[in-house]
Design a binder for this molecule. Sequence first.
Ligand code: ATP
Length: 382
Amino acid sequence: MSALLTAEDVTTALADVKDPEIRRPITELNMVKSVDVAADGRVTVEVYLTVAGCPLRDTITRDVSAAVMALDGSTSVDVVLDVMSAEQRADLSRQLRGGAPEREIPFVKPGSLTRVYAVASGKGGVGKSSVTANLAAAMAADGVSVGLVDADIYGHSIPRMFGIEGSQPTVVEKMIMPVPAHGVKVISTEMFKPDRDTPVAWRGPMLHRALQQFLTDVYWGDLDVLLLDLPPGTGDVAISLAQLLPNAEILVVTTPQLAAAEVAERAGSIAIQTHQQVAGVIENMSYLPCPHCGDEHRLEVFGSGGGQRVADGLSRRLGTAVPLLGEIALDTRLREGGDAGQPLVLTEADAPGAQAMRDIARRLSHRQRGLAGMSLSLSPAG
Ligand SMILES: Nc1ncnc2c1ncn2[C@@H]1O[C@H](COP(=O)(O)OP(=O)(O)OP(=O)(O)O)[C@@H](O)[C@H]1O
C-alpha cells in the first residue's frame, strides 16, 4: 500500500546501504541529502558523493535503488547525486578519524587489535605478491577485515592481481580511501603515479614518506589484519617499515631451492636488527602435483627443503621457533588468475595450492597478535 510508505521508512532502509569504500552506512556518513515520497509511492533520494566523479557512483546508485525498491509501497526510485561541500568533507574526515589528530598510525596505538604482517622475500619472482594477494583474498572470504598495502614500490603487481589496475583512490580532505577489491581494502604505489608506465624512482626519504602516508592518511577503518607486500630483499622499505610499525611481524616467502633459501634467510634476519618477530616461512612453488596421479605424487621442480631450511635457520638466529607455515604447489591457474585479477583461492578454492594458502590465512588471522613493540600499559608493582 503506497500511502503507508513514509520518508522515515526510506531513511531506515538506507541505513543498510554502506558506502563501498568507507564501509559505513551512508546515513551515518551524512551522505543522504533528502528523501521524498510521493503519494503514489515514487521515491526520490538525493545522495551526496564525497567527491565529484566518485568512481563508485554507480554502485551507490544501485545499492540505494535496491534498498528502496525492496520496501513495500515503493513504486519507483529516482537517485539524484550531489557532491559534498568542502565543509561537509572536512566534517566527514573528522568523523572518520574519530577525533584522532592527523598523521597518526592507528596500528601502533596501544590497544590496537590489528595484526600486521609484512611479507618479505630474498629473491624477486618467488611469488611473494601472488601469495600476499591470495592470503588477503582468503582472509576476506572468511569474513576477516583485511587491508593490503602494496609497498613493492618498483614491482607493484597487487592491482593487477586484484583486477583494479589503473584505479585511483578517492581522496576526502587529505584522507585516502583504499580501493575495495574481493573484500580487501587495497592501496598501492601504482595508484599514486602520474601515469602507469612511468617507473618509480623514489629513494629512501621519498619511500619512507610514501609508506608513512599509506599508514597515516589512508582510512583503513577497523582492520583485523593488515598485510604489506614489501619489495624483494632487505632495503629501505623494510627499515622504514620497522621504524613506522615496530609491531609488524615478518612473513618470509621462499622457493624450495637452496640458493633462494639462503637469500631468504638473510632477508628474514633483518628482524634481529629491527627487533621484530618472524611469524613464519611460506614455501611457494614447492612441487608440481603429478598431472597423472594427482597431489600424492609430487614433482619437485625446484628441489626441496628450502622453506624448512629457512625456518630452521631463522629459529637458530632469532632464538625463537619460526614455523614453516605451508607449502604451496605450482599451479598454472594461480598465474592465470593473477593476470586476470581473480585470486586462485576464490576461483579454485580446492586446488592444492589454494587449500594451502587458505590454511595459512586462517592460521595467521586467528593468531593472537604479537606483543613486540606494543605498549602493555603496565607499571611495575611497588
Ligand atoms: N605457485 C605458483 N604457481 C604458478 N605460478 C606462480 C606461483 N607463484 C607465483 N607464480 C607466478 O610467478 C610469477 C612471479 O610471481 P610474483 O609476481 O607473485 O612474485 P614476487 O616474488 O612478488 O616478485 P617481485 O617481488 O620480484 O615482484 C608470476 O607470474 C606469478 O603468477
